[in-house]
Design a protein around this ligand. Structure first.
Ligand SMILES: NC(=O)N[C@@H](CC(=O)O)C(=O)O
Ligand SMILES: [Zn+2]
Ligand SMILES: [Zn+2]
Length: 424
């Protein structure tokens, strides 16, 4: 007995489909124009009026477990992901303890297996404790199941340390995923150098703090041959450097977050820590460069950088509050409403940036709608308009700048390996 998903629209826009899921697999995909399928004995999901996509993939998320369970857990984070239409998520290692040992990797994978409802792929740290002093055991972490190395949350300050990390990762066919930030340029600043900090007489975070690492690391990637992936690109300078590196055939890929495509520092309404994230909201010119970079392929994929914090932490005032905003439950509706519904992007472009392309960049077997493929699937309602209401989030985090935005494109069902893990 299988599951027939009937009369679903697909992102390419050419007619409706009936899709049969048997066990963990997509068994067949039919054009809905032909003879009606034999559904007797099967479960039927009526997808009329809905878009069917491969399950969304998010290669940059913070699940906070172990150690920061008051912010999020693997249970709540994966539920939040499922509500956002995500079926595969890659979690960052800046937990407590950080994910720098085989034991911590196993802990996360075990928790994900027993308490998670979507697929969780862990990253391991580049350096022990993310302190930048000593490399972790890349071989052992790979063996334990990490999909790459990153010190996300902080930049690797030493060029020699980064070069050693890249050389080692390259030798075992693994990627380096970099949070690009030079600490000497950002001390004490909460927002980007731009209109907002000028107006309020604050110290700003300059664009070079990110782009200096991007430039340095591109040269190190060229020298070592590693696959180098740039986290949360936010500046015009970074986009330019990555575009140039790609023209040279250097193995660099990059990601961008919805908030860096939709908001600039000029949108910050006041001293509200729900607008504080790292990298910060930059100038309108940077936003435009990120959009252009995504469109021309300089930036490969969209990620959320889902970074939940408690309300108490975010209420400490903008100077003391931690950086980060939640992202799972608003990502697709935001980008659909603001870029696809407005006619700037095709639906297929957006869906590819959140499914097929992340899978391609990281060599993962998911993210495609094809017979014989794993049945990770998402249904999305493109018509129903609804306001963003953080009280409805499955995440423990309520820290979003998008409260009250009226959006379309809300997921209504998420299936992982043939099992409906969430539906409205
Ligand atoms: N993005 C953020 O603002 N915060 C992230 C860290 C990070 O992604 O660098 C976090 O862990 O809270
Ligand atoms: Zn980061
Ligand atoms: Zn992050």
């Amino acid at each position: 007995m299988g599951i027939w998903i009937l009369n679903a629209a697909v992102a390419s826009g050419e007619g409706l489909r009936h899709v049969l899921v048997e066990g963990k697999q997509i068994e067949s995909i039919l054009n809905a124009g032909g003879a009606a399928p034999e559904v007797a004995g099967h479960t039927v999901i009526d997808a009329a009026g809905k878009l069917l996509t491969p399950g969304l993939i998010d290669m940059h998320v913070h699940l906070r477990e172990p150690g920061f369970e008051h912010k999020e857990t693997i249970a709540t984070g994966t539920r939040s992901a499922a509500r956002g239409g995500f079926t595969t998520i890659a979690c960052m290692p800046n937990t407590r303890p950080v994910i720098d040992t085989v034991e911590t990797v196993k802990y996360v994978l075990d928790k994900a297996e027993t308490e998670g409802i979507v697929r969780v792929l862990p990253y391991g740290c580049i350096t022990k404790n993310e302190l930048g002093r000593e490399l972790t055991d890349f071989d052992a972490l790979k063996e334990a199941g990490v999909i790459g190395y990153t010190d996300d949350g902080v930049g690797v300050q030493s060029a020699q340390m980064m070069k050693d990390a890249m050389a080692k990762a390259a030798s075992i066919g693994m990627p380096i995923i970099a949070h690009c930030e030079d600490n000497t340029l950002v001390e004490g600043a909460a927002f980007s150098e731009g209109e907002f900090v000028r107006k309020h007489g604050l110290k700003g975070i300059p664009n070079e703090s990110e782009a200096i690492h991007v430039g340095r690391d591109i040269l190190l990637a060229e020298a070592t041959g590693v696959h180098y992936h740039v986290c949360h690109v936010s500046t015009e300078q970074s986009v330019r450097l990555i575009r140039h590196a790609k023209q040279f055939g250097i193995k660099v890929t990059a990601e961008v977050c919805p908030h860096h495509l939709l908001l600039s520092d000029e949108d910050i309404p006041g001293m509200d820590a729900n607008w504080k994230m790292n990298p910060p909201l930059r100038t309108p010119r940077d936003v435009q460069a990120c959009i252009e970079g995504l469109v021309d392929g300089t930036i490969d994929i969209v990620v959320t950088d889902h970074a939940p914090h408690s309300e108490e932490e975010k209420a400490r005032g903008v100077q003391l509050a931690p950086f980060g905003i939640v992202g799972f439950e608003t990502a697709f509706p935001l980008l659909y409403t603001k870029f696809v519904a407005t006619g700037q992007w095709t639906l297929e472009f957006l869906v590819d940036k959140m499914t097929k392309l992340p899978a391609d960049v990281f060599g993962l077997p998911w993210g495609k709608l094809e017979v014989g493929g794993i049945a990770d699937l998402t249904l999305i309602d493109l018509e129903n308009e609804k306001e963003v209401n953080p009280e409805e989030f499955a995440s423990k985090g309520r820290n979003t700048p998008f409260t009250g935005w009226k959006l379309k494109g809300w997921p209504t069902m998420t299936m992982v390996e043939g099992q409906v893990v969430w539906s409205e």
